[in-house]
Design a protein around this ligand. Structure first.
Ligand SMILES: [Zn+2]
Length: 130
């Protein structure tokens, strides 16, 4: 009996978590912040910003929030200064983070729309990463 009750409450929890995710408007989603990722980003940005300072249109974006996305590709919210990210794996998440960071860093420049530039620059700033 005890076991059954446990299973059912777990089902109910999973079900409500699922429906909450499925019905929520992505714009209305509350930001569930990932402090570990934010700390990692904070450690990288002084070095990245020094490398990026020579590139036209660069502006260091301060106070970025990293939020857990339920679905979709990583994306940057230019207005809220947020990066939405699903968690895949260590390497992939850091690549995505560098990429979205650059979108925010060049948001006042046409370069923000240049995916080839963003991707190439993301690879460059990650090269020194160990
Ligand atoms: Zn992009």
């Amino acid at each position: 009996m005890k076991r059954l009750k446990h299973t059912c409450s777990l089902c109910l929890w999973a079900f409500s978590a699922f429906t909450a995710g499925a019905w929520a408007d992505p714009q209305e989603m509350p930001c569930q912040r990932n402090r570990l990722m934010e700390q990692w980003l904070d450690k990288q940005t002084p070095r990245w910003n020094r490398q990026l300072a020579v590139i036209d249109g660069f502006e260091a974006p301060g106070g970025i929030e990293i939020c857990l996305a339920q679905s979709g590709s990583p994306r940057a919210d230019y207005t809220a200064n947020r990066i939405w990210l699903r968690y895949l794996d260590y390497e992939e998440d850091r690549r995505s983070l560098a990429h979205e960071y650059l979108h925010l860093a060049f948001k006042h420049s046409p370069r923000a729309l240049d995916e080839a530039f963003i991707e190439a620059t993301a690879r460059q700033i990650l090269e020194g990463d160990v």
